[in-house]
Structures are given as structure tokens and as C-alpha cells.
Design a protein around this ligand. Structure first.
Ligand SMILES: [Zn+2]
Length: 256
């Protein structure tokens, strides 16, 4: 926020939405393709719940963002960081607009597995958690830590609002043939999904064992780091954030 009378120059605002999109007011302004009115109401509710809940779990002022529900035919016109359009059906968060935009597809890619009533809300909260984390500068981390944070955060939102993940979790293969730390990209989209699902299992187990406070610790730890977080540092950060017994617990986890 600029002080009164100061000459703070705001970044030029680029349009988040393709032409003709409708908007819904709210804590997170929501833009959507006119033909997606029904979907927009549902997704906007997930977003609003996640936004307030995450701010509470993390004890932070939520970041200023907008959300965009994009029709398939407009996918190429959605804002993004790179020139080339991203694969269809994959939600993402981009800081190429001001304020940044959470871009959501009208339909999730078939790669998203398992398909339950939790699939869409978890995907929305995952991207929302990225938005919270990226509201401050964050250094590079190993992929497993960078993605464990939003996976555990999305599970924490579900817990808070009483969305049961039992059915969803029971459909995940907990032994995909690699551990989250042994996973190496780039790989097939299916393997990427197995990696994310393994992180979800680990995140849920951590929430059950240690409660949700470790998330707040982890966010603040990552905001404090000013050098690239290597494998060893990442393990130490997570173990510390979990609290007493964290290190032993991690060593005992098959996903880890
Ligand atoms: Zn992610």
C-alpha cells in the first residue's frame, strides 16, 4: 500500500480475463466465462473457504489475488508466465498480472486422479497455498518440499471445513515404486500425479500426528531462508517444523 502523497508507481495492470468474462465480487475477485455460471458459484465457494481457512491456519494476512475460471476455448488467452500456453486442464498461479491470478480450468485434466468429490477443492486449495507462499519471496527448494507444502495445506483446509478425505485417500496407491525424495522429474504426467498423491498421503499423516501448526512454521521458515534450500536443509526444516519426534517420524514414513 502506498503512503498518501507518495509517488509509488504500481505495476501496469494487465487484464486477467479474456474479453467478455463476468465477475463476482468477494475477498478474491472472481472472473469467469459467461457460460460457466453454475461452475463459477461452486468453485468460488471452495476458493472463499480456502482463502479464509488458510489465512487462519497460517496466521497471515491473505495475499491480494484474483481468480479466473477459464473456458476450454479461451485457455490460450489466459494469463501465464511463459509465451506458450500451458497444457489444458491444469490449474496454476501466475504473477504475470497485478494482482496475481489463480487460473482454473473449466474441467480438470484427466491426469487428476483419483476423481472424487474432493478432487476439485483440493486442486483449488493447492494453488491457493502456492499463492500464499509466493506472496513473499521464496528461495528454491527440492521439489518434494515445494509441493508437500501445498498438498499438506490443502488437506489442512479439508480438515478444517469438515470435508472428509477418506474416500479420496483410499483410492491412492501408496507404493508407486518411488519415495517423494527419490522422485526425479521431468516425467510422465501420470508419475507427476503419483508424486503429488504420495505427498498428499504424507501431508495427511503429518497433520494427524503433529496437528496443523507445522504448516505455519514451515511457511515462516521458507520465507526466512535466503539461500537455496538443499536436500539436507529441506529435511532439517521439515523435521524442525514438525516438532519433537519429527525426525524419527519422517525416517519411519514409507512415503519419505
Ligand atoms: Zn503445486
Amino acid at each position: 500500500m502506498g503512503r498518501a502523497g507518495s509517488a509509488v508507481k504500481l505495476p501496469e495492470r494487465r487484464d486477467a480475463a479474456p474479453p467478455g468474462y463476468e465477475s463476482l465480487d468477494g475477498e478474491v475477485p472472481f472472473l469467469y466465462a459467461p457460460r460457466l455460471e453454475d461452475e463459477a458459484g461452486e468453485v468460488r465457494d471452495y476458493l472463499a473457504e480456502g482463502y479464509t481457512t488458510l489465512a487462519g491456519i497460517l496466521s497471515v494476512e491473505p495475499p491480494e489475488i484474483v481468480a479466473l475460471l477459464v473456458a476450454g476455448e479461451d485457455w490460450r488467452d489466459a494469463p501465464r508466465d511463459n509465451a506458450r500456453p500451458y497444457p489444458p486442464g491444469l490449474p496454476y498461479f501466475t504473477r504475470s498480472t497485478s494482482p496475481p491470478t489463480l487460473v482454473l480450468p473449466e474441467e480438470l485434466s484427466p491426469v487428476f486422479r483419483p476423481r472424487t468429490n474432493a478432487t476439485m477443492p483440493l486442486a483449488v486449495w493447492h494453488e491457493l497455498a502456492h499463492a500464499f507462499l509466493l506472496s513473499r519471496e521464496v528461495v528454491r527448494t527440492p521439489a518434494w518440499l515445494g509441493e508437500l507444502v501445498p498438498q499438506a495445506a490443502s488437506a489442512a483446509v479439508a480438515r478444517n471445513i469438515g470435508l472428509s478425505l477418506k474416500d479420496h485417500l483410499s483410492r491412492i496407491d501408496g507404493q508407486p515404486g518411488f519415495t517423494v525424495r527419490g522422485f526425479r522429474g521431468p516425467v510422465e504426467a501420470e508419475d507427476q500425479m503419483s508424486f503429488q498423491n504420495l505427498l498428499l498421503l504424507l501431508g495427511v499423516a503429518a497433520l494427524e500426528r503433529f496437528g496443523e501448526d507445522f504448516l505455519r512454521h514451515l511457511f515462516y521458515d521458507l520465507w526466512r531462508e535466503d539461500d537455496v534450500v538443499d536436500e539436507e536443509r529441506a529435511r532439517a526444516l521439515l523435521a524442525e517444523a514438525l516438532g519433537p519426534g519429527g525426525q524419527e517420524w519422517l525416517a519411519s514414513r514409507p512415503e519419505f
